[in-house]
Design a protein around this ligand. Sequence first.
Ligand code: PBG
Length: 331
Amino acid sequence: MNFIDQKFPSLRFRRTRKNEKIRNLVSETSLSANDFIWPLFICNGNNVEQDVPSMPGVKRRSIDRLVNAASEAFDLGIPAICLFPYTEQSKKTEDCAEAWNPDNLSNKATRAIKKEIPELVVMSDVALDPYNINGHDGFVENGKIVNDKTVEALVKQALSQAEAGSDVIGPSDMMDGRIGAIRSALEENGHSEVSIMSYAAKYSSSFYGPFRDAVGATGALTGDKKTYQMDIANSNEALRLVARDLKEGADMVMIKPGMPYLDICRRVKDTFGAPTFAYQVSGEYSMLSGAFEKGWLDRNKIIIETLMAFKRSGCDGILTYFAPEAAKLLK
Ligand code: PBG
């Protein structure tokens, strides 16, 4: 950047801050409902809405209620939602077969939403953890999470989601080789218009705790996810992962968690210039909500400030549980 050799009083930064209009004129970043993807939790039943205790204000919804919520989001200008199923204990198995059942909760919800609101972009999650008896994103054999066999299952899961009408496949599993395998399978099966948003730089983070409550995976998980999710100490590795996933056919890449990882967002955007997203994850939502409930932070202002920070860091969009609320605030 070229910094002009100018000094006080010819240089006074307060001139361009003197009122709202002039601040708007020189503002470098914009935030709107167009930037949001709203993650939604699905549960069984009819006319059901359950609270997620560790995420105040977030619900699990049966499909009928989910369609209503999605429709309201669409009317607020939110372009996309992302679906996560709460799987009953009886459907969690070692072979994870429910993951590619064409009639599992996620696929049924996708069909219902696409029928009512065809223009709303539906993103679906590829990973075995909601269906796995031991809570891991991949198959577990002799205590190890196996890669290549898991990738074969992820391909089946992704295809079942594309068949159901999902627009964006979101592999969140962090196995090696899955993006290339899913991309080829989509091409070979007539789904060349289905996108992939790769959870490329997904860290092994403790900020996912409340999400695991929301999808009923907390009790299930044995051990941790450190052999497949990234070490929180690494940054160059994130760039190598993004490069790899883009080469294998990812259309968009994601960094996760969000706010503590904005340095990674900036590096990824500057290095690749690809469509870049960040996930303001469950723990970030819960942490902020806790402070809002205590009256320690100004809810409306903080929501906007956190989301603006993502845009300023180079993100094109944000997955956020605050999406409908933020969209209303921005109207
Ligand atoms: C699972 C998955 C997780 C999240 C999205 N997909 C949790 C995990 O990896 O354990 C986290 C989302 C959030 O915390 O809001 N594949």
